[in-house]
Design a binder for this molecule. Structure first.
Ligand SMILES: [Zn+2]
Length: 233
């Protein structure tokens, strides 16, 4: 077969049996997957290339069953801004999604008993604030002024057939805090511990509290399973 023949060699999806168009192939460990089937995989799943046809078929079967769990899901508590953690406290399950149409997005409904760990990951960087001089050039303040940017992430580790962990941002855009710097009008001195200052602000504390509330709620199921007294204070 010539090179043209090779280029246009049609591949068949090992899941649905459909023909895979040019550039539409998603490789599996021992087969091929079409775009259409790949779009039904969980958004939290990242091991496609190392999965077998059987594993993918099983996931798609569970994802199909998940549609029913989504239709029965009743949100009683939610956290987050753009991406949301939605909880059904009665059924003791949750989902993490930014979708508005839940039926269409089919977010994985996960039982609290599948949670093995929950951590918050708070990261930050600082950027220097500058001002324009007479020539319109950006120059440092004297003394320099900085703004601190904070991101609050939640990492949920799972014992789940096809999801290892879920990581999402609690705050949609960076929390920006500018600690007072330099000597102020009334002679007050600069903040010597700007990060400590940032952590003491109500905005920071609001997200910090949410992080620990989420960990408490998600770890409930695990506590109850390993320790029958967890319900008692
Ligand atoms: Zn397919």
């Amino acid at each position: 077969m010539g090179i043209l023949g090779k280029l246009f060699d049609k591949k068949i999806c090992d899941i649905c049996g459909g023909e895979i168009g040019l550039l539409g192939n998603k490789k599996l460990e021992n087969g091929n997957l079409c775009k259409e089937c790949a779009s039904k995989l969980s958004p939290w799943f990242s091991e496609r290339r190392h999965s077998t046809v059987d594993q993918i078929a099983e996931q798609l079967r569970l994802r199909e069953e998940n549609k029913e769990a989504v239709s029965e899901f009743n949100t009683t508590l939610s956290f987050g801004e753009s991406t949301k953690l939605l909880l059904d406290e009665e059924k003791k399950c949750f989902m993490v999604t930014s979708a508005r149409n839940l039926q269409e997005a089919n977010p994985d409904v996960i039982s609290l008993s599948q949670v093995t760990g929950c951590d918050s990951d708070i990261s930050h960087y600082r950027s220097e604030l500058k001002k324009k001089d007479e020539e319109g050039k950006y120059v440092s303040y004297n003394p320099p002024r900085y703004e601190y940017h904070y991101t609050f992430c939640i990492v949920i580790r799972l014992n789940h057939p096809y999801i290892d962990d879920i990581r999402f941002r609690l705050n949609n855009s960076d929390l920006k805090i500018e600690p007072p710097s330099g000597v102020g009008l009334f002679g007050q001195s600069a903040v010597t511990d700007p990060e400590g200052y940032a952590r003491s602000t109500p905005e920071y504390k609001k997200y910090e509290t949410q992080c620990s509330q989420i960990a408490d709620i998600l770890m409930q199921g695990r506590l109850r399973e390993s320790d029958g007294t967890a319900d008692n204070p």
